[in-house]
Design a protein around this ligand. Structure first.
Ligand SMILES: Nc1ncnc2c1ncn2[C@@H]1O[C@H](COP(=O)(O)OP(=O)(O)OP(=O)(O)O)[C@@H](O)[C@H]1O
Length: 231
């Protein structure tokens, strides 16, 4: 059976500088997949190419059985891909309530906001607060919540715990583990243990190529792993 997201022989980059080389990876219909690698390995570039913010130079990106590699980002989002970029993707001046309202307009579905508040009850206590005044962890919850409003079937998370206080990291991790039981989740994360708790499978990128892949436990115990993660 084909994978839910099927990337084959993907090359991509910026201008004339190639970052991804012949990347092939498959994501199943449910569960977490981690993308690991040191700074600059190409993880964010891969996320941007999947969601269409960057064009594929070569190769194929197929989602749910269809080649989406030439589709606009909006179409990919409508097809069911949610993206939480590394940088904060919330409107700092708008309240939490309005951030969620803007996100839910596309779906015209008020119950979607309730679903987000069930996933992240903390946001319910902050509804009238400007998003710019939230803590790092609450802002990440809001960014993930906004992506969930589109009811994605595949959620891309680029460093969801970056800048998050350690006490809140566990809470976010548990929510992501729960989400990955229902939908496909790709997680880019510096915290190896956290990433491998959310993920069943992992890919390790090294200078834009897939250097290692396997079940999370196998990758964790692979003696080569640290070589690809060390700065
Ligand atoms: N807008 C850009 N223009 C040109 N080169 C870029 C751009 N963004 C990233 N790069 C380069 O692409 C390479 C891969 O960067 P990328 O952000 O994908 O890595 P990463 O694995 O996500 O790293 P990090 O963990 O630091 O976020 C790096 O060499 C980076 O300098």
């Amino acid at each position: 059976m084909p994978e839910f997201l099927d990337i084959k022989h993907l090359d991509a980059g910026y201008g004339r500088s190639q970052v991804l080389f012949d990347v092939t990876l498959g994501i199943p219909w449910r569960g977490g997949v981690a993308v690991l690698g040191r700074n600059g390995a190409g993880k964010t570039t891969l996320m941007k190419t999947i969601v269409g913010e960057l064009p594929a130079w070569k190769g194929e990106v197929a989602f749910d059985g269809r080649d989406i590699s030439r589709r606009a980002t909006q179409e990919r989002v409508r097809a069911g891909i949610g993206y939480v970029p590394q940088e904060h993707s919330v409107f700092a001046r708008l309240s939490v309530r309005d951030n969620l309202a803007v996100g839910s307009l596309a779906k015209k579905d008020a119950s979607a906001v309730d679903r987000v508040l069930t996933i992240f009850p903390k946001l319910g206590q902050r509804l009238d607060q400007p998003a710019g005044t939230l803590s790092g962890g609450e802002r990440k919850m809001l960014a993930i919540g906004r992506a969930m409003l589109g009811d994605p079937k595949l959620l891309l998370l680029d460093e969801p715990t970056e800048g998050v206080w350690i006490g809140v990291i566990e809470e976010i991790t548990e929510r992501l583990i729960a989400l990955a039981k229902d939908i496909a989740v790709i997680i880019v994360e510096q915290h190896l243990d956290l990433a491998l708790r959310v993920a069943d499978y992992a890919y390790v990128l090294d200078r834009g190529r897939v250097a290692l892949q396997g079940e999370a436990g196998e990758v964790r115990s692979n003696p080569e792993l640290m070589r690809y993660l060390a700065p």
